[in-house]
Design a binder for this molecule. Structure first.
Ligand code: ZN
Length: 427
């Protein structure tokens, strides 16, 4: 059953009227340089916003042991964030609607060299239709929109008529453990919406992700006797080439995964970071490189981890030094499975109606070969987990930006979705 047309029109107008305030809140969030491990002040700010709206607050740390026991848990590296997770719970006067979890992450990826940015990464600014700043698109715009939905309803004297749990998590960019911790904390709902920047489309499926570091040993000698040493950096090149072979093999299997068959290259290996050596005139005794690779939905991370280890072992066997000094593969982040959003749910139909009413166009779906926190709810709660958000460019790159007009449409959709899914009641 869709929303009453007059009510829908009132809600859409309320979103538009509140929109400047919503963009100001987005800018406030982007000013926090909430990179991994440094999300605390941003979470404090988020908690303050939740308190201002009268929500019940739950602030908690990650439970490393419990995460370690869960099949969806990723290992804790020393860099793992210790910042808290902050949850705000809206309780209605009368529970008449369906419950909902809204979730966003506040962690952002490093901005990279400042010289590559047109303006400083953490100084948000709008130019034309684009809102610039690291973490604006991914995903503080969506974060602010969760608040904006409540604010818009409030201006017309309404609030959701069911429990809405608003979860502000960390570690989305490295492990997915923040979302998993919310699950372990016991939060459940009839549906979940995560407003990641996804081109105003609904995510039908996403890939799992593995993170690992390969540590390569060498034999240090003076460069004048380089032939008797073993260059760890050059050995790493050979191992990277072997991993590229594995990547090609996995891409060649895309036909077995119907949702990914049309993607020209669904499995991407990224060599994200490399370190090694100590001195220009010494043969380097060590090299380590950090990698990320995707896996298809339905593949278990453990099996794919064994395939990565076997690839490194096989490549090492061809080398006399490496066969006696095998490189170490360290699992230091994402160890996550992909998911498929099963079509036909009432939550998806509701989002579709909301999107069409807000934008005038039918809701399209897409498949993404990247990690999304929705996997926790799809895989372990088995509830409709909807990932849907604004048009963006350059996330994880320079001059990250989202479309302001798109964000307005997405907020309009979210407000109509909440009103229909949860129902509304007078404040
Ligand atoms: Zn994100």
């Amino acid at each position: 059953m869709s929303l009453d047309a007059a009510l829908a029109a009132k809600i859409l107008k309320a979103v538009d009227d509140n929109f400047d305030r919503q963009m100001a809140l987005t800018a406030d969030l982007v000013r926090f340089a909430s990179q991994r491990g440094a999300e605390g002040p941003c979470q404090d700010f988020v908690q303050g916003q939740m308190e201002q709206r009268g929500w019940v607050i739950d602030r908690f740390a990650m439970d490393e042991a419990a995460i370690g026991r869960h099949p969806g848990g990723s290992p804790f590296a020393p860099e793992h964030s210790k910042a808290p997770i902050v949850v705000g719970i809206h309780r209605p006067k009368q529970e008449t609607g369906r419950s909902l979890i809204l979730q966003s992450h506040v962690d952002v990826v490093p901005p990279g060299p400042a010289s590559m940015w047109t303006r400083p990464a953490f100084e948000p600014h709008i130019e034309g239709d684009w809102f610039y700043g690291r973490g604006g698109a991914d995903m503080k715009a969506g974060h602010a929109a969760m608040f904006a939905v409540f604010d818009a309803l409030k201006t017309i004297g309404l609030q959701p008529a069911s429990t809405v749990t608003v979860q502000s998590v960390v570690e989305e960019e490295a492990t997915g453990n923040g979302a998993l911790q919310c699950h372990l904390r016991g939060y459940r709902a009839d549906a979940v919406l995560i407003p990641e920047p996804e081109e105003e489309k609904l995510i039908r499926a996403n890939a799992g992700v593995l993170w690992f570091r390969v540590e390569v040993a060498g034999l240090p000698v003076h460069v004048s006797h380089a032939g008797s040493g073993q260059n760890a950096i050059e050995a790493a090149f050979g191992l990277i080439a072997a991993l590229r072979g594995l990547e090609a093999d996995w891409n060649a299997k895309k036909g077995e995964h119907a949702l990914f068959a049309d993607d020209p290259h669904p499995i991407n290996l990224n060599i994200g970071k490399i370190e090694g050596g100590d001195w220009a005139s010494s043969v380097p005794a060590w090299c380590s490189f950090d990698c990320r690779i995707a896996i298809y939905p339905g593949e278990r991370p453990e099996a794919m981890q064994r395939a990565v280890e076997a690839t490194i072992q096989a490549a090492s066997r061809n080398d006399r030094f490496l066969s006696n000094n095998p490189p170490r593969v360290v699992w230091n982040g994402f160890t996550t499975e992909g998911y498929v959003l099963e079509p036909g749910s009432e939550a998806e139909a509701t989002l579709g109606r909301a999107h069409e009413a807000a934008t005038g166009k039918p809701l399209e779906t897409m498949v993404t070969p990247a990690y999304l926190d929705t996997r926790v709810y799809a895989l372990y709660d088995q509830v409709p987990a909807l990932c849907y958000g604004p048009i963006s460019e350059n996330i994880h790159g320079f001059d990250e930006r989202f479309s302001v007009a798109s964000m307005r449409r997405v907020t309009r959709t979210m407000a109509l979705f909440v009103a229909e899914w949860c129902g509304v009641e007078p404040i």
